[in-house]
Write a protein that binds this ligand. Structure first.
Ligand code: CP
Length: 366
């Protein structure tokens, strides 16, 4: 029997903003004020694949985030920006947010999707190679978004691929569009970080996790280094003796950012502005939980205005009792990913001419 209360519309429910979880929701328009979006910088993405954060500089990250802020605050679906385009989402590893936010981004721009939600539904179950699958993608779609359990799958796919590819997470490698979503959330929270800020406004970043073996943390760290002028310190909280590995350590050393590694989160907790945490490290077809003994909850003695980022899925390192506090920037981070992914699609497909020109604060630098 259907419960009586479901038979008529619930007014309270209809009036609710479905995105408002009780966490922190900074206004995206703050990222746009006084600033036009530089089309020439975004046009560097036309026809390109997005494989690694190594492809980005600070200038490009800022323009993508500003463009995403515009998409978040402007109704453009009626312009059908991806009209006639087919996006292939090929997920050879489980995902909640990444696949669905990419697909939501396409559908809200009136593009079309063909999807592999689980790798075993493809010829890989019969031994087909990823490079052969890449050859097929050329005929079936205009862009492919791929996630894979194996770090070298991106390289294999690209052997035969002649359409753009977006890396949606490859093994222990990278997750570059996640780090764009991460920095989109940070820049909405503190828009002044677009420019150099005085010493007392620079942020102390705590990374709870192992960048050397967690792709989202790896990409977040690499992108954070682009904002080196606005970072006062990075503290890595990890149970591993060497959570970075040689390459990342060298990259940090080049920036001259002050950093240290600790096993004790309490050493630094009251000085941290941004906590970035994760505990899931992917290893082939399975995952293991690392660093999950470092937990954050409502009783953690954080600064009043400190924020927490987490790419999710969470295990028990991030207590749901933080969800309804202003420390929760992680739901904004997840929700904003739709607009970051829209910004990438429009830029890669060069569909800027489909935007409502009179509403868009866009300039073209010389
Ligand atoms: N952030 C992220 O990659 O989440 P999913 O694994 O659910 O895609």
């Amino acid at each position: 029997m259907v419960a009586k209360q479901f038979l008529k519309p619930d007014k309270e429910m209809l009036d609710k903003n479905p995105l408002d979880s009780g966490g922190l929701y900074p206004d995206p328009e703050l990222l746009l004020s006084e600033d036009n979006i530089d089309l020439n910088i975004l046009k560097r993405l036309v026809g390109q694949s997005v494989v690694s954060v190594k492809q980005f500089d600070k200038e490009l990250v800022l323009e993508i985030c500003k463009f995403a802020a515009l998409l978040e605050s402007t109704e453009i679906a009626s312009c059908h920006p991806l009209d006639g385009k087919i996006i292939i989402t090929a997920f050879f590893e489980a995902s909640t947010r990444t696949r669905l936010s990419f697909e939501s981004a396409v559908l809200r721009l009136d593009g079309k999707i063909i999807s592999i939600p689980i790798g075993t539904s493809t010829g890989t179950a019969k031994g087909e190679s990823i490079s052969d699958i890449g050859e097929m993608f050329n005929a079936y779609g205009d862009l492919v978004v791929m996630r894979h359990t194996e770090t070298d799958a991106v390289e294999q796919l690209m052997q035969n691929l002649r359409i753009p590819m977006i890396n949606a997470g490859n093994g222990t490698g990278e997750h570059p569009t996640q780090s764009l979503a991460d920095w989109f959330a940070i820049l909405k929270w503190r828009p002044e970080l677009k420019n150099s800020v005085p010493e007392n406004e620079k942020i102390h970043l705590a990374i709870l996790g192992t960048p050397g073996s967690m792709r989202a943390v790896n990409s977040f760290l690499r992108m954070s280094l682009l904002f080196k002028d606005n970072i006062r310190q990075i503290t890595f909280v990890s149970e591993m003796a060497d959570p970075l590995g040689d390459e990342l350590q060298e990259e940090i050393d080049k920036t001259k950012i002050k950093y240290h590694i600790t096993h004790d989160i309490n050493e630094v907790i009251s000085d941290i502005d941004v906590f970035y945490m994760n505990s899931i490290a992917f290893l082939g077809d399975s995952y293991k939980s690392l660093d999950s003994r470092f937990k954050l909850n409502k009783d953690t003695k954080m600064k009043d205005d400190a924020v927490v980022l987490h790419p999710l899925a969470r295990l028990d390192e991030l207590d749901p009792n933080l969800d309804h506090t202003t420390h929760n920037l992680y739901f904004t981070q997840a929700h904003g990913a739709v607009f970051i992914r829209q910004a990438l699609f429009i830029s890669i497909m060069n569909r800027f001419d489909k935007l409502p020109q009179n509403q868009i604060p866009i300039k073209e630098s010389k």
